[in-house]
Design a protein around this ligand. Structure first.
Ligand code: NAI
Ligand code: MG
Length: 500
């Protein structure tokens, strides 16, 4: 494993981080928390405080929801599709102009390598411009009915109302834009609660939204902790819909909290995604593909391919090669442009992942690479875990069943296609999945049989704004991306007119 001790870019510090604690955005203005409280946002590569941030709680959520309601019923409700499109396009241009700064904020706040955060440029800008296009493509239908007499029946597609968006820390820039796009395209308003571990990029995006001409209250941003600010938003009786991305445990709490006013909920949760490699696969692409399916973003990816099933006759060679690939990845602070694997987001996440490493060994799996926290030199200050490959994993082990959210691969051996499909599906989750083979019939059979929202054949984690993404089973419901995503933010109203 190569280790970087002296990041070249280490001194880079966006001006946004200087000065007083960051405030929250409510009704078009930057305000302090009602309690006056703030919390620190840390750099996980060093453990240092980047800045402090206003700590929103129930009272701040109340103010933000009231502002979002007022905006929903105010002039924003009269905005034409073209106006909403123009706003999204101006915002996209500003995000593009400030992209490197935004990517650096993500890197500093949650640790991902700068090459990854900058690499999301196409996806983030594509997302905003896709939804900008959609703003003028929303329409109802005229439906022929069979009633006796003369009636005209047609539908209107109307914005669902005030949206509470709660997002995790693993890719703030992409997560925020994935929530803003459909909100603005459909004419909803929003209260966004970023994750406490990485709230900064969301707040900088709030500044850019105002610069783009966002009307007051259309998007409000209230940073704070999950149990306080998040819970208040999920329970709020004047929120019409919650769009949640995060763990399935919190997803369950969101569903319970939604019962009070039966608000709509969409859930993009985690998984334990299978990645299946057949012996006929092109190993030159399957080895790095299977490795990066789980080592990207230090494994802090909802659809990470964490269960690697390899056909028996190539198992030993393949697993060794994936481990060797992982060992060659450069571990270090994300600001270094040569780093490929950054730290985990927090001390808590580090504790969680290292606990799984110990459990894996205890249960009899064999760590053929990584397996312990990296502490060499400056790495000791941050929350670093090297790419880890466990071989000899049994399906029943906790490392094969539970979401770890770290750079940890559990490798298992299989003999035939029916067996591997059955084992791949033997999980309560169903978000991503991968298949590596040149055999077109195997590719089709597995793609059809896997119970997951996405199947990637000879690739992994490929996403596009126009293609729906989401879960089966306990990975959640609702889709992000594509036409279906907009439906989550729309109500359908049927109108009947008796014409004779
Ligand atoms: P989390 O699901 O608790 O946090 C995600 C968001 O939900 C944050 O904004 C948080 O403040 C908020 N939240 C927490 N409790 C809430 C509540 N009671 N009501 C409303 N909002 C609440 O995830 P956390 O604690 O950051 O990470 C723990 C584990 O969850 C990870 O190790 C990973 O396994 C999983 N996870 C999965 C993600 C995914 O995209 N699949 C994303 C983040 C975490
Ligand atoms: Mg942070």
């Amino acid at each position: 494993m190569a280790i970087t001790q002296t990041p070249r870019d280490a001194d880079a510090r966006p001006a946004f981080l200087n000065g007083a604690p960051k405030r929250m955005l409510i009704d078009g203005r930057w305000v302090e928390a009602a309690s006056g409280k703030t919390f620190p946002s840390l750099n996980p590569a060093t453990g240092e405080e980047l800045t402090r941030v206003a700590e929103g709680e129930r009272e701040d959520i109340e103010r933000a929801v009231a502002a979002a309601r007022k905006a929903f019923e105010g002039p924003w409700s009269k905005a034409k599709p073209y106006d909403r499109q123009a706003l999204l396009l101006r915002f996209a241009d500003l995000v593009e102009a400030h992209f490197d700064e935004l990517a650096l904020l993500d890197t500093l706040d949650m640790g991902a390598p700068i090459t990854r955060t900058r690499g999301l440029r196409l996806r983030v800008l594509g997302m905003l411009r896709y939804y900008a296009g959609m703003a003028t493509a929303i329409h109802g239908e005229t439906i022929e009915n069979s009633l006796p007499g003369e009636y005209v029946s047609f539908t209107l597609r109307e914005p669902v109302g005030v949206v509470g968006a709660i997002i995790p820390w693993n890719a703030p820039l992409a997560s925020v834009t994935w929530k803003i796009g459909p909100v603005l395209a459909t004419g909803c308003t929003m209260v966004l609660k970023p994750a406490e571990e990485a709230p900064l990029t969301a707040l900088r995006l709030g500044e850019l939204l105002l610069e783009a001409g966002l009307p007051a209250g259309v998007v409000n941003i209230v940073p704070g902790y999950g149990e306080t600010a998040g819970a208040a938003l999920a329970q709020h009786p004047d929120v019409d819909k919650v769009a949640f991305t995060g763990s399935h445990v919190t997803g369950q709490k969101i569903v319970e909290a939604s019962a009070g006013n039966l608000k709509r909920v969409s859930l993009e949760l985690g998984g334990k995604s299978p990645d299946v490699v057949f012996a006929d696969a092109d190993l030159e692409t399957a080895v790095p593909g299977a490795a990066m399916a789980v080592f990207t973003n230090s494994g802090q990816v909802c659809c990470a391919g964490t269960r690697l099933f390899v056909e028996s006759k190539i198992y030993d060679e393949f697993v060794e090669r994936v481990a060797a690939f992982g060992n060659r990845l450069k571990l270090g602070p994300g600001v270094d442009p040569e780093v490929q694997v950054g730290p985990l987001v927090s001390e808590q996440q580090l504790a969680r992942v290292t606990e799984y490493l110990e459990q894996g060994k205890h249960e009899g799996a064999r760590a053929i690479s990584g397996g312990v926290r990296a502490r060499d030199g400056e790495l000791a200050r941050g929350y670093f875990v090297p790419p880890t490959v466990f071989a000899d994993v049994q399906d029943t082990m906790s490392i094969a069943r539970e979401e770890i959210f770290g750079p940890v691969l559990s490798a298992m051996r299989f003999q035939d296609i029916d067996e591997v499909v059955r084992r791949a599906n033997a999980t309560p989750f169903g978000l991503g999945s991968g298949v590596w083979t040149w055999d077109v019939s195997k590719a089709h059979r597995v793609a059809k049989a896997i119970r997951a929202g996405s199947v990637w054949v000879n690739c992994y984690q490929v996403l596009d704004p126009a293609v729906p993404f989401g879960g089966y089973k306990m990975s959640g419901y609702g889709r992000e991306g594509g036409l279906q995503h907009l439906e989550e933010y729309l109500n359908v109203k049927a109108v009947w007119i008796k014409t004779a």
